[in-house]
Design a protein around this ligand. Structure first.
Ligand SMILES: C[S@@+](CC[C@H](N)C(=O)[O-])C[C@H]1O[C@@H](n2cnc3c(N)ncnc32)[C@H](O)[C@@H]1O
Length: 395
């Protein structure tokens, strides 16, 4: 493809991404994968260049752009070479006309940037939300050690803040390696590894992962338990939870998976009420801490969506709390940095439930926020997380 043709291809893809964001359609990753699958003639160099243009444009535009072209013009304003490719050549974009709409910049739509600022994130913190995510893995201590894994893989560095973590060059196709098939490691952001440490699970304990999804944190908890004790993983999402057994078997983690019906969770967990030593509640959230991976996610949010997440978070907190035995604990986690979903949620829970105390084991990174703890891309180099650990009083 010629360079102008790549720009036009990126504009077409951006149009699809913008339409999906406005209509709550597929993610940019999904759209790009489908787009390239339908155009197998596009070579790998062209794909890389087009993806780079698309993701740079998504990162550059705070508000949802009116069109892919307006988004690309935002990039072109700061890049004369790119602007020069709007040359009207065959398959390339038409020349730039005076007064054409250009998308506005910024970290996020204004209302959202204001809420991030009110949640204590200054400009540097906000800008880092759109940085490039590294590729972090966790050595699976059920099968290997970090030292042994480091000697087998082309790692960049040990993760100083995650005892089993290693960093690899971004974009490495680690899932095609034999070490992955053997279950020697899992791809897991350092922040997610630390969030699991906040529950402090021990071998022999009775542990529930209430919002397990496909089991990212479940596998981490199972490894920390050394497969001793009991581990239950639940979710209301069948497609997600159905991926867990195969992952657990690869990782050698012993776990029971239980699909819950929304609205009937407590009833379906009647045999676990008040029994768990530790409950992980990795609640559904707006994902403002994961924009490094899905920058277009900020175009999908509105104030109503945040309210809906808050209601879901209150619900899973109540369900999870009912499973904890007296003296046991829960860790509430969100990959969002909005106080509404983090510190405020915990304050609301504590004022409605006086029988709980705040506790957090010592952690290798992060800062206190309200009654919990926060990790940010800017300070900690991780995805953004809020988490809090609460202990149920004995009496
Ligand atoms: C942040 S994701 C979990 C990610 C997962 N723990 C991981 O580490 O990969 C939140 C999950 O909560 C689940 N969820 C939402 N409401 C729930 C409920 N009432 N009970 C159990 N799970 C729920 C969603 O289906 C979703 O999979």
């Amino acid at each position: 493809m010629t360079p102008p043709a790549r720009v036009q291809a990126a504009i077409d893809l951006l149009d699809a991404v913008i339409a999906a964001a406005n209509g709550q359609g597929a993610s940019a990753d999904r759209i790009a994968a489908d787009w390239f699958r339908a155009r197998r003639y596009v070579g790998s160099k062209d794909r890389r260049a087009i993806r780079e243009l698309v993701w740079n444009a998504i990162r550059a535009c705070g508000e949802v752009p009116v069109s892919g072209r307006a988004a690309m013009l935002r990039l072109a304003q700061a890049d004369a070479a790119l602007a020069g490719l709007f040359d009207g050549s065959n398959y390339g974009p038409a020349p730039i006309e005076a007064g054409e709409p250009v998308a506005s910049g910024g970290v996020a739509p204004l209302w959202l940037a204001e809420r991030l600022a009110a949640s204590g994130l200054d400009d540097q913190e906000q800008a880092a939300l759109l940085g490039r995510a590294p590729l972090d893995i966790r050595a699976n201590t059920l099968k290997t050690t970090r030292d042994e894994l480091r000697s087998r893989l082309p790692v960049e560095a040990d993760l100083a803040i995650a005892p089993q973590g290693l960093r690899l060059p971004s974009g490495t196709a680690v899932e095609s390696w034999p070490e992955f098939a053997e279950g020697l490691f899992e791809v897991q952001d350092a922040g997610s590894q630390i969030a699991c440490m906040a529950l402090g699970v021990q071998p022999g304990e009775v542990v529930v992962d209430l919002c397990a999804g496909a089991g990212g944190k479940t596998l981490s908890l199972g490894a920390a338990m050394g497969n001793r004790g009991k581990l239950l993983a639940c979710d209301i999402d069948r497609p997600r939870l159905s991926r867990l057994p195969e992952r657990a078997s690869r990782a050698g983690v012993l776990v029971e998976a239980r699909l819950l019906n929304p609205g009937r969770e407590a009833e379906m967990l009647a045999d676990w009420q008040g029994k768990a030593d530790a409950v992980m509640i990795d609640a559904p959230c707006s994902g403002t801490g994961t924009w490094r991976r899905n920058p277009e996610a900020r175009w999908r949010l509105d104030a109503k969506a945040i309210e809906r997440y808050c209601a879901m978070q209150a619900n899973v907190l109540d369900i999870g709390a009912s499973l904890v035995r007296p003296g046991g604990r829960l860790t509430y986690v969100v990959c969002s940095l909005l106080d509404a979903e983090g510190a405020d949620r915990i304050e609301a829970f504590l004022s409605a439930n006086p029988g709980w105390d705040v506790a957090l084991p010592p952690l290798p990174a992060g800062q206190a926020r309200g009654s919990g703890w926060r990790l940010t891309p800017f300070r900690d180099g991780t995805d953004g997380f809020f988490f809090a650990t609460l202990v149920r009083r004995v009496n």
